[in-house]
Design a binder for this molecule. Sequence first.
Ligand code: HDE
Length: 692
Amino acid sequence: MSKSKSSESRPAGGETHQVASADVASLTTDQGIQISDDQNSLKAGERGPTLLEDFVLREKIFHFDHERIPERIVHARGSGAHGFFELLKPIPQVSKADLFQRKGEKVPVFARISTVAGGAGSVDTPRDVRGFAVKFYTQQGNWDLVGNNIPVFFIQDAIKFPDLIHAVKMESDRGYPQAGSAHDTFWDFASLSPETTHMLMWAMSDRAIPRSLRMVEGFGVHTYRLVNAQGKDSFVKFHFKPKLGLQSTVWDEAVKLQSADNDFHRRDLHDAIASGHFPEWEFGVQVFDEALAATLPYDVLDATKLIPEELVPVDIIGRMVLDRNPDNFFAETEQAAFCPANIVPGIDFSDDPLLQGRLFSYLDTQKSRLGTANFHQLPINAPKCPFANFQRDGHMQMQVPKGRANYEPNSLAEHGENGGPRENPDTGFATAPAMTPGEAAGSKVRRRGELFADHYSQARMFWLSQTSSEQAHIASSFVFELSKGTLEKPPVRLLANLLNVDEDLAARVAKGLGLKLPHASTPARPLVELPPSDALSIHKQMKPTLQGRKIGILVADGSDAEAIQELKSAVENAGGAVALVAERMNGVALSDGSIAPIAGQLAGTPSALFDAIALVVDKAGAARLSKQGAAIQWVMDAFAHLKAIGAGAEARPLLDKAGVSPDEGVTGLDRAFVAAATKRYWDREPSLRDLA
Ligand code: HDE
């Protein structure tokens, strides 16, 4: 073995690889030194020891070793995109915020939609709340609206947040379950905390298993304030309403999606944007004043309560469109740091005690997650308007401030030097002076507002606003989640709380769990009967549309080429997309001899991935497929997930094998199918599964 080190390098086994040329940039180290060989480390002889001197190897491994940063303690799994907010209706009468002044003006945004409980690598479709965070890069600085897809929250006071999150995340001794609330510690905490009841109703509803991130609402949750140029302030709740309508999966579908595609939501968002189908939301405000707030039987500072849209309509003042995928997931989506404390003149906080706690938490956690107080300089976080102050130094300082003015007051400008920026009393952010009425001279207490103690009235309002099918889903989710626990008391306590929401609900959950109904828990405040609100139901808000929806077409050798083409055009004309699924990926020979390209192999492309399915097969194809488990399951699942099924007469054996019985959602391959595919068939469900 030669002891002399060689500067020569060559691939180990004659591999071909690209080298720099006039068109391909040279690979360099982080110091800009061009690298001659990226295939072999530097060794003392071909089979000799690797040399410490190899700075190319050392730098590459060093950087790799530090690629991971701590994931978010909550909302670790998320998908983001760039876009814009466009103002459709200026509101200077209530807010002086620059982004709310000029009709048609656009402000860039970055939005991130996330699950809460799971880690960064967890699946996209567990039962969970979705975070809905938007960074508006306004001319007056960044405004972050960090909300959820559900308008209320589990707890009322920030001091309970660590308990809530500890309880819902994987149990600390065993490290499971990942990304789910169906376990002892969550239900132990929830059943001991009646304030969670309203949010539990939402979390057990289909809101928590959305079909697509493009089909969720976004809510600011807390009551905020708007402030106009005269200093007059109003209360406000912020809303995003998806253009594609609300849509969710059914539980069995959500579960099957986890195995079919871990990244179902992330891929869907990415593909939609990449193909020019930009997700869009209406942006609306519910504006109301102290006088109205004072008439309500609940407290607008309590994040477990919402303001029904029937009482204060949502005024649509803008739209948000996501039209650009991140270039780099880590640099943008992962390093994005949203913070409810990032606010601009014209918008202000309320005294909601949950919001007040959040104002501290985000900056604090981001310092730990991103490692430096200078994370605001990262391109994704930096304001797109000029910003300057006397903050200096720290880890990873990326700006190079000039001059010696790093303090204020200073008189350096008078000596011909750059004196730096100064405060601006006219346009700078000034806190709205209004206090919660009656609290201005309050004494220090560790208590909550009186009305915070009503934990059931709005939970009942939510329940009564649902369709019978939605109610069955809620009751069944409670049964499923509680059945996963091993402790005896949480289900009993939870049932005692649910009795205050609705006796029928409690009885159904008790029956599903095989438990005797306990006595109702004693509410801390008497319930107020509130009228139901249609806006709280997904089914009442679904849009019968193919926009953003995908139809799976099962084909085989001999499939009718014309029928496929007609179906494809009809679906695409209605704004949907189609994907051909077959037993093999190398194409199928259609009736006209052409070879159809296949998007998914049958066994690996379950029908859960589609919004509706069509079977375009001839007699022989149907006969063969009806002997195949994957094909039978494909059809059976679509039927069980309450989807439309279009099939010609030849496909009957396959439908029969899958147990498909005729109903409104089972059609031929004609126009009727395209209309049927815009909906789900809730009436089918009771005949298919035993819901609570
Ligand atoms: Fe958060 N939350 N949260 N939260 N939250 C975080 O900040 C916190 C709450 C929400 O895509 C963390 O940067 C406290 C309500 C979203 O990056 C952390 C309390 C709502 C995101 C934090 C709440 C939210 C977070 C973790 C109770 C809906 C993801 C990582 C007082 C209105 C943002 C991070 C993104 C993230 C704290 C309650 C929404 C730890 C203390 C209510 C969408 O700071």
